[in-house]
Write a protein that binds this ligand. Structure first.
Ligand SMILES: [Zn+2]
Length: 219
């Protein structure tokens, strides 16, 4: 059996982490609209992730969908439905990463800070090393920030077992959201596959997240 594109990306990543350039940044000339590798990547917006480089993807080969956390939210589902049904992608790669900012706050804390809670303002200032300036008003949007569940760690704290667990839970949540969506088929002739990874910003390596797997306990 030939290797999946996801497996090829895993191989490319090993080369990237070893210092090899696996993405060619030169303008390749005209390309078709459909991603040549039939793959869509959902990744965090973190400044330390060069998604095409770390997976060895070339211009024209993949859809790259990014947001804070690489969270599979309503808008990512929207993009994936378009990517699959109209533009012929059939593999999805989710990429979360170590030291993610989404480990360092909660939705309630950020909302309280934005609305004007002085204690929240102070905590967010301490956590980010930036003077947090409240907007002193409330808003219904966004409905959620999707900060990762679990006990908070400091911003950019070194990777540890607990934050690894929290990242894994969110990767699994994203995989579940894709696999259970009625318009993203995971069976049948038009099926899509989904695999999830955690990228280590210190080593450049990706590690696969098992699915299904533990989703944690509040205890
Ligand atoms: Zn991140």
């Amino acid at each position: 059996m030939s290797k999946s594109v996801t497996d090829q990306c895993v191989d490319n990543n090993a080369k990237y982490a070893g210092g090899e350039a696996v993405h060619d940044p030169k303008y390749p000339g005209g390309q078709p609209i459909r991603p040549a590798k039939h793959v869509a990547v959902v990744a965090c917006m973190d400044a330390r992730l060069d998604v095409e480089d770390l997976l060895g993807l070339q211009t024209g080969e993949a859809h790259i969908i990014r947001n804070a956390g690489g969270v599979v939210n309503e808008d990512v589902i929207r993009s994936l439905i378009i990517s699959h049904h109209l533009l012929d992608t059939n593999e999805v790669i989710l990429v979360h990463h170590t030291r993610c900012g989404m480990l360092a706050f909660t939705d309630d804390l950020l909302k309280a800070g934005l609305e004007g809670d002085p204690a929240a303002e102070k905590l967010l200032g301490q956590a980010t090393g930036r003077a947090f300036t409240s907007c002193k008003t409330s808003s219904t949007e966004p409905a959620a920030f999707h900060a990762f569940r679990g006990p908070l760690s400091a911003l950019d704290a070194p990777h540890d077992e607990k934050s690894n667990e929290r990242l894994e839970w969110d990767v699994r949540r994203g995989m579940a959201a894709i696999l259970s969506h009625p318009w993203l088929p995971s069976e049948g002739p038009d099926k899509m596959t989904v695999r999830g990874f955690i990228y280590d910003v210190d080593t450049g390596k990706i590690g696969e997240v098992s699915y299904p797997g533990p989703m944690g306990s509040i205890g």
